[in-house]
Design a protein around this ligand. Structure first.
Ligand SMILES: C[S@@+](CC[C@H](N)C(=O)[O-])C[C@H]1O[C@@H](n2cnc3c(N)ncnc32)[C@H](O)[C@@H]1O
Length: 319
């Protein structure tokens, strides 16, 4: 019996090695083609290894995604780290493992640690600051790589770009590199400062752009202003002393209708969210022509088709 179990474990490890090698080969092509230094290497591909492995340049971040941890999970953590390190030619110290899931949904954007392992990674000619240790998220959502490229394509010199819930401003950087002037709104000063640093890393002067620390549901700072492109990427739920609770399912309709006043006649809103069972309010069809752009917005290194939803909204009737 013990012998059989050992054999099974060896077999699982062989399968894991083969999968990491296969994925790595495909990702090297993807990384060259895009080009990008950041991609998802492994996405819960094998049920015995419920992990996500993201690569940021010369570093890896491993998330344990199992429902609960078992006694031998520490061994599996080490096996996975060992395999990723040897396949990519990294030291084990270059791989960070995150085992903690957020206790409560509104804790997602809080600080977890203060090691501040910061690196700069390049994607499609832009540089982004990534923090591998201190928060649950690293500062760059890899699943939004196609959306960043689409915004870079649509933004033109002189375009006006509004980013609500702007986080670290990576999408704004892409718009600004195409010549847009950007307006960025987020409740957190930490993320707004991070966004400004991302501008600086790309030789963009943050003082040429606007950054407002306030709730994205409060549009007073942009009253009477029009934008050609608007990006809205709210959290599923946010609860802060600085603003009223925001629940994307409940509040997205009003927010998107309110934004109509700020959209130029030929402008477009990109709306995305990560709530898995999210349903776009049918009432929005009275105000916008809407395209569900989720499929096109998913990068090929993500196996999870529900990682996010993405919609494009326009007031103009022609497409
Ligand atoms: C990019 S969004 C969430 C991204 C992704 N859709 C998700 O669910 O994880 C996270 C950002 O929203 C900001 N945020 C949360 N509540 C907010 C609010 N009411 N107004 C403005 N920003 C808010 C946070 O500070 C953080 O920078």
């Amino acid at each position: 019996m013990v012998c059989y179990e050992l054999h099974m474990e060896d077999q699982h490890l062989i399968e894991l090695r083969a999968r990491i090698q296969k994925n790595h080969k495909a990702r090297v092509k993807l990384a060259r083609h895009w080009p990008t230094q950041a991609y998802r290497l492994y996405d819960r591909d094998l049920p015995n290894y419920p992990y996500i492995v993201d690569i940021y340049g010369e570093h890896g971040v491993v998330w344990f995604k199992g429902r609960k941890r078992f006694d031998n999970d520490e061994i599996k953590d080490q096996q996975l780290i060992e395999l990723v390190a040897s396949e990519l030619g990294l030291n084990r110290e270059q791989i960070t493992i995150k085992k903690r899931s957020p206790q409560k949904r509104f804790e997602r954007y809080q600080k977890l640690d203060s090691q501040s392992q910061l690196i700069l990674i390049e994607e499609a000619g832009a540089k982004f600051e990534v923090n591998l240790t201190d928060y649950l998220d690293t500062g760059l959502f890899l699943d939004h790589r196609p959306l960043r490229r689409e915004i870079a394509r649509l933004a033109k010199p002189g375009s006006r770009f509004l980013n609500l819930f702007c986080y670290t401003g990576s999408v704004s950087v892409m718009a600004a590199l195409s010549g847009a002037t950007t307006c960025n709104i987020d409740l957190s000063n930490t993320y707004l400062e991070w966004a400004k640093r991302n501008f600086t890393h790309n030789q963009l002067n943050p003082t040429d752009h606007r950054f407002y620390q306030q709730s994205a549901t409060d549009l007073s700072a942009i009253q009477g202003q029009s934008f050609d492109l608007i990006y809205v990427d709210p959290p599923t739920f946010s609860n802060s002393k600085k603003a009223q609770d925001f629940d994307v399912q409940v509040h997205h309709e009003k927010l998107l209708i309110d934004l109509k006043k700020n959209l130029t006649p030929s402008g477009e809103i990109f709306f995305s969210c990560n709530k898995r069972d999210f349903v776009l309010s049918p009432g929005l069809n009275q105000h916008y022509k809407i395209i569900d752009w989720t499929r096109q917005s998913l990068p090929e290194d993500f196996r999870d088709a529900q990682i996010h939803h993405c919609f494009r909204l326009r007031t103009a009737t022609e497409r």
